[in-house]
Each structure stands twice: as C-alpha cells, then as structure tokens.
Design a binder for this molecule. Sequence first.
Ligand code: ZN
Length: 324
Amino acid sequence: MSYTGPDLEPPRPRRSPLRRPLTVAVAALVPGALLGWGVYAAVGGSDGGGDAAGARTSSAAPSEGAASASDDAKKPADSSPSATGKPTASSSKSAPAGASGPLKGKVVVIDPGHNPDNFQHTSEINRKVNVGTHWKECDTTGTATNAGYPEAKFTLDVAHRLRTLLEEQGATVKLTQDGDRSYGPCVDERARIGNEAHADAAISIHADGSGAGNRGFHVILPGAVHDGDADTRAIVAPSAELGERVAGNFVRATGGAPSNYVGDGTGLVTRTDLGGLNLSTVPKVFIECGNMRDDKDVAQLTSGTWRQKAAQGMSEGIVSFLRG
Ligand code: ZN
C-alpha cells in the first residue's frame, strides 16, 4: 500500500472489541496454525492505545513519498495492457464450469493492490472519489523496493497464485484487475466489484513501504463505519474472523512473524480510513505482506517460492473461513 495525500491521515487507533476474543476462539479452533501466532500475540502484550498506528504513520510517511517518486523513475517498461485510457470491463476470471471441491458455489474476489501502469496515469488516479467517510484519491501508484520491484507487480503475482489455489478448491474467483486495464480501478470500484459479485470473501493484496527495520506482515480489518455510502457494521465481525484466519495461516505457511511495527505483535490492525474496506458490503480484509523497504523482507517478497507460500497461507485462511 502506498499512502500519499489523504492516505497519510493517521489511522484511528480504534480497535474492534471483538478482536481479542475472536483471536482466542480461532486459536482454539486451529491450534496448529496459530502456535507461532500465539507466541507473537503474547509478546505483543496489551492491546490498548494507538502507539502502533502512530508509529506506522510517522515511519511510513517519508519513505512513501520517496517510494512514489522512485516508482516513477525506476518503473521498467515491461507491461503492455490496452492503452485506451479507459478501464476495460474484462478484469475478471471465473472458475471453469463444473468446478468441484469444498468451495464449490463460493465466490472470492481478489483485489491486487494498485496497478502496474498507474504511474502513467497520475491525473486519473489522483481524481477524488467518495469513500463514504471522506473523499480520497481514486488509487495510488503503490510502493516499490529500493531496486525498483513495484508493489503492483508483486500484488498481481500473488493474486494469480492465490486464484489458482482457490480455483483448485472449487471457488469462483474474480480479480478486480488483471493487468488488463490502463489504470486503477479506483478504490470505490474495487469495493463495488466485490459487492456486486456477492463475494463470500474478499481480500486486497498489498506490500507496505515503511522504514528499514520494520518487518513482517499485517492484516487490516474494517472498523465500524456508518457515514454516507459507507456502512461496515454488518461486515466487521465476519471480516475480523476472515482476517484472523488469514493471519494465522499466513504465519504457518510462510514461517514469518507478524509485523513488528503495527498491531502490537498480533498482525492485525483495524482501520476506518480505507475506501476499499469502508465501501465493502461483503467480508473483506487487506493484507500487507511485508515491507518493501526492508532488505530482509525484500528478500522474501522478491522470491517466487516465498510468494507461493504467502498465497498458500491466504488460501488456507480463506478456505478455513468459508468452510466455517
Ligand atoms: Zn499498497
């Protein structure tokens, strides 16, 4: 995720009161998956206060500005979607007819964060859209590693791996974009795609652009919002369950630790400032898979083997959520 403009607003330090009990409940259901998780949660200690969110904002903001600039400078010209200037309507893929498996009949929407070609369409993606609680940019370029590997390429690669895994389980999978449109979609449309698909679960894939030394993944859960077109009250609880299952399985699949800079060691952060969550009417989470500005995280994020493990963790979390 890249936080420019209004995204720099400090995330509100509110947390779902359900989070801690649900974490315990999930731990009881999937003890193997959450063995390491429990250790990190314990080390994280008290859930109170908003220190993590504040630290995130102060550490992320300067590097994010640099990230956007270097995105533009270093972006390799290696992708070639339609350059019509208009989004195409074909950014979806469905499971083959007759798919079988435990997720048969289930719909999962995967939202690969950003778009590899957003940087070529700054005026379009800077257009403000209403996310219920406020207006914010249509989309952002995303961050990149110091060597120039863009977040948008990472998110699309992981999305493809995740799609394959979920389709193998029989799910119908739809992507919000598949490198087949010249920019975006805007954050409001990303939410709308999940809503109109009546998704049983939706996940937005990102990698963070924080300071060196900040490591690990975190899952972002929607906080309760009821303002304008945004009303997340019905999805807060199921999204928390989805997020906790994704986080627990992500730990198991990757062997990695939750974020050491947000979430108090739980790998879970609740936010009310993200349009993609605020406008969702279906259970949805974001996942920041790691920090593209930390060398150790980058070694993982740039590894296809690691990205497969990451997708596996997400898939197992989603399967766990959908099977109940
Ligand atoms: Zn992102």
